[in-house]
Write a protein that binds this ligand. Sequence first.
Ligand code: BG6
Length: 294
Amino acid sequence: MQALDPFDIPGTVTAITGMGGLPAILVRTEWSLAAIYPHGAHVTRFQKTGEPPLLFMSAASEFSSDKPIRGGVPVIFPWFGPREGLPAHGFARVTTWELLEAAALPDGSVKLRLRLPATGSYEAHYIVTVGSSLTLELAVTNTGDADFTFENCLHTYFQVGDASHIGISGLLGTRYRDVLTGADLTESEDPIRIAAEVDRTYQDTTATVEIHDPGLRRTIRVRKSGSLSTVVWNPWIAKSIRMPDFGDDEYPHMVCVESGNIATNAVTLNPGQAASLIVELDSLAPVGPGLGLR
Ligand code: BG6
């Protein structure tokens, strides 16, 4: 297993033994605290000073080298969803990535770079920049001599006060597949409200999405580039009970707004070509009492 201590930067980057004995990196900046596990290149924590964590983590998550972590930001690659005989949502989230670099940047933020162990036909790097916001970049290069088609998704779990009181804006008029019914529909709600299980894959959208959360008095903003798909997911009651690594009562405290390229938006790279999926996560001025949703 890779030793992470050599990447320590006193007061800023610290190698720790994380949950389940897995190695992890703790990052402190003047604005925020973050934790990253090389297992899955998984960001489990991003918290701005004086705010609740931006990312939801399930208390029931397993931390084991052969299981995905439940919460934070699972890296979904090179396929999204189930695949016969293979790990659901790709193998990237159950693979130990190699930490290549930890650097304190002149503006006070910290950059970590991880690499998926070599595959021969492509190279995947994950660049995590922790500052007053969290920026995640999944950069894939086709190093082989044939076209390479893949799906990707940064499957971000956000912490919210009460999912049934949030509003999700930015997707009005966007085509989506309702995964629960198989129907292809157009989003007619703005903001989107959650009052039951939601599993929707929005296609052909580059829009910034905002989660307005009166409970935690903040608006979460998800900005992205190199992404045409957005997934909105909350398992609600029955699915929460079915998931062994998710608490039965945790669904009101999370929502996934995921950015990537899936299904008809899968990416094809010619030999030598590269593509980056970049997501910037931030929280904005609190929603004041009585202001409701914007
Ligand atoms: C979402 C999918 O992205 O991930 C859901 O749209 C799925 O259908 C969810 O249930 C969680 O997947 P997993 O493999 O982490 O349990």
